[in-house]
Design a protein around this ligand. Structure first.
Ligand SMILES: [Zn+2]
Length: 402
């Protein structure tokens, strides 16, 4: 495995300079995906799929407190005692280099790096695994983003602003999802993951329909990626409410299993091989506002970004339909639900939207995207979202933000 800051699949897929009109169709996916209740207790057993006998574990201090016994039991029959490296919280280059350097000083030669935690820890884990040249094993403890399955990490500045991405030649060797852990986590994470998952359908669709659209890896979206992205949002629409109810009770039921798969596997393949555009561009814009990035989860910002994307594409009926679902499940549907007030934050928000209007993500939109129409779309989405919330009520949102 060779990985470095210069690796990107985009230059491999994008063959325009080699005389092709369009790049080929392409799909990448994690090598193995396993999901079910109680699987963290059997982590060592499933590591045989990699195969790995001498793992290192990247996990936050809080995560280690909560899961230490389970991990020690699950990794009991390995060739070496598991080595834990504490993740300090930010998926930024300084933290990735620090964790990789620290693991290099240990006596054991690891044959896999297991990341256990939320999206940032998992992304950092992929980056650390690439530096150590070992397979990445991903164990999400929440289902809040589609980070687990992709061969890329979203990098943030030390302060938490999205800075770009790091791509790897290998997808995670194993994604192991313990659905009982997801059910036990705060429900807001699961619902945020549904926001990220919903956007997958509309972003992949835009990238597919536009002949100039590309997936994240730089290829044209395959039929498989389109179907996965479609099914991703459909699963959330069909099972989201029942899944959230199950999670409020800490129970795993069939609806929750399906939504966990949608948030994690379907959304992961769907975004990486289907494409990412307006919804994620606008979500990235929200991270420019410190009080928004401090208080809201990626998927919550993507949900609002999706409404703005649909308004930008003038798909008002769909925008209203998605907003109606978001209101029912408790995702933000309007700016005030991201603690944004136009009187106070208007200038900063407008500046952030002007910055993302010219981001490469917007190149996949089938129209010319400008600071003006991006701003107008956000205001229109806010209006549609407020109407949806007036109709559906905001009790689901308030329940998650109490
Ligand atoms: Zn996302």
């Amino acid at each position: 495995m060779t990985a470095g800051p210069d690796y990107t699949p985009k230059t491999i897929f994008s063959l325009e300079e080699r005389g092709r009109e369009t790049p080929p169709f392409g799909l990448i996916a994690p090598a193995r995906y396993v999901q079910g209740p109680g699987l963290l207790d059997e982590l060592g057993h499933f590591l045989a799929l990699v195969p790995s006998r001498r793992p290192a574990v990247l996990i936050s201090a809080g995560g280690l407190r909560r899961h230490r016994e389970q991990l020690l039991a699950g990794l009991g029959a390995m060739d070496s005692e598991p080595v834990f490296e504490i993740f300090e919280g930010q998926c930024c280059l300084s933290e990735i280099e620090r964790a990789a350097a620290s693991l290099r000083t240990r006596d054991v030669s690891f044959d896999s790096l297991i990341a256990v935690g939320g999206g940032k820890c998992l992304d950092a884990g992929k980056s650390v695994a690439a530096r150590l040249e070992v397979p990445a094993v991903i164990c999400p403890t929440i289902a809040s983003t589609d980070a687990p399955c992709s061969a890329l990490s979203v990098l943030y500045s030390d302060e938490g602003i999205v800075q770009g991405g790091e791509f790897f030649p290998d997808s995670p060797a194993l994604v192991l999802v313990d659905s009982q852990l997801i059910a036990a986590a705060p429900v807001r994470y699961l619902v945020a993951g549904m926001g990220d998952a919903l956007a997958t359908r509309y972003e992949a669709r835009t990238c597919t329909r536009n002949p100039a659209g590309r997936s994240v890896i730089g290829g044209r979206p395959t039929v498989a990626a389109q179907a996965i992205a479609e099914q991703c949002a459909q699963t959330v629409f069909d099972d989201g409410i029942a899944a959230a109810e199950a999670a409020f009770g800490g129970e795993v039921n069939a609806a929750l299993e399906r939504v966990i798969e949608a948030n994690t596997l379907l959304s992961g393949i769907g975004f990486e091989s289907g494409g990412v555009t307006g919804a994620h561009a606008v979500a990235g814009g929200f991270t420019h506002l410190p009080h928004v990035r401090a208080r809201y989860l990626h998927g919550e910002m993507v949900a609002m970004g999706l409404l703005a994307q649909l308004a930008l594409e003038q798909s008002e009926e769909e925008c209203a339909q998605v907003a109606g679902f978001c209101a029912q499940i408790g995702l933000p549907t309007h700016l005030a639900q991201l603690s944004l007030e136009l009187d106070r934050d208007g200038a900063a928000l407008k500046e952030a939207m002007a910055a993302i209007a010219v981001s490469p993500l917007m190149d996949h939109e089938p129209l010319e995207v400008t600071p003006e129409n991006t701003w107008a779309a956000l205001l229109r989405a806010d209006e549609i979202g407020r109407a949806a919330t007036a109709a559906a009520g905001d009790s689901a949102y308030r329940r998650l933000h109490a």
